[in-house]
Design a protein around this ligand. Structure first.
Ligand code: GDP
Ligand code: K
Ligand code: MG
Length: 298
């Protein structure tokens, strides 16, 4: 007898939580490729991005979101928050990510937004940082009172075994239905989009604390000839002093941002990249709705 046809599964898994709990790191680990940028800074993720993994008969569509922003009330943060809320309306399961052993007001604000008709898994990430394991059980019990979580999952996004177990857990929540993407798709975002994001990641990682909140990246040109990609991008900052910070002494910092971004793109796409970077000052862009749209914010 021939094999019975396997019913495919496919569904959406939202990854939500306050900034810096490791959502994008987790997304990349679950997808198995670096498609969402990460850094120690809040506001690294500014766009909704789908990360796709297809394994066996199942297609997982993970939705990374910007962390819910509560620190500054400007147009950029309002746009980021709208993105989070809109994402949640339509998913099969939510991974609510916190740092294991911790829960503060910022976590509570995100939890309050979660829909009551979708199962929520509590992902207690960064378990590798919890040195007193005995304290974890009472903490998990205290979390039970905060929300009717469907599951409790302490883990580290840096541990491959944990990530594999989380994937298996997610599968149970996905409905039987046809796949929505091709089996080898990794993301719904274009290479052009990812190019801008990778420049922004290096910018965030290689500059001091005061810069990133007022900086963004626009891709001006993206052309492909065979395996060669030619990309030109502009880093937009709020102030003249920031421009100097990005360029650095003798252009050193800008050069390093460009080199590291180019290397990551070459790893991701497996072809050569020519990357040209410019820096421009546009005061007030982060509180200007028209400019936000022009720079690609939803
Ligand atoms: P997001 O803002 O929630 O998307 O957080 P990111 O994914 O950008 O991660 C924030 C920081 O936490 C980065 O420096 C990550 O390397 C770090 N991180 C993420 N997951 C873990 C983990 O399991 N253990 C540890 N020690 N650090 C982690
Ligand atoms: K971050
Ligand atoms: Mg992120």
């Amino acid at each position: 007898a021939g094999a019975l046809p396997t019913a495919t599964r496919c569904g959406y898994i939202a990854i939500v939580g306050k900034p810096n709990v490791g959502k994008s790191t987790l997304l990349n680990a679950l997808v198995g490729a670096k498609i969402s940028i990460t850094s120690r800074k809040a506001q690294t993720t500014r766009h909704r991005i789908h990360g796709i993994r297809t394994e066996g008969a199942t297609q997982y569509i993970f939705v990374d979101t910007p962390g819910f922003q509560t620190r500054h009330d400007n147009a950029l943060n309002r746009a980021l928050n709208r993105t989070v809320v809109a994402t949640l309306a339509d998913v099969d399961v939510v991974l609510f990510v916190v740092e294991a052993g911790r829960f503060d007001l910022a976590d509570a604000k995100v939890l309050a937004l979660l829909p009551s008709n979708v199962p929520v898994l509590l992902v207690a990430n960064k378990l590798d940082r919890v040195h007193r394991r005995a304290e974890l059980a009472p903490w998990l019990r205290s979390m039970q009172d905060r929300h009717p979580f469907a599951e409790f999952f302490p883990m580290s996004a840096r541990q491959a075994r944990d990530v594999q177990r989380l994937l298996a857990l997610c599968e149970r929540y996905l409905p039987q239905q046809p796949w929505l993407y091709e089996a080898d798709d990794l993301t719904d975002r274009s290479e052009r989009f990812l190019a801008g994001e990778l420049v922004r990641e290096k910018l965030f990682r290689l500059t001091g604390d005061e810069l990133p909140y007022g900086a963004t990246v626009v891709v001006d040109r993206f052309e492909q000839e065979g395996q060669l990609r030619r990309i030109a991008a502009t880093i937009i900052v709020e102030r003249d002093s920031h421009k100097g910070m990005v360029i650095g002494e003798g252009g050193e910092r800008l050069k390093r941002i460009g080199t590291e971004a180019r290397q990551e793109m070459e790893r991701l796409w497996g072809g050569k990249v020519f990357l040209e970077l410019w820096v421009k000052v546009r005061s007030g862009w982060a509180d200007d709705e028209a400019k936000l749209r022009a720079y690609g914010y939803e």
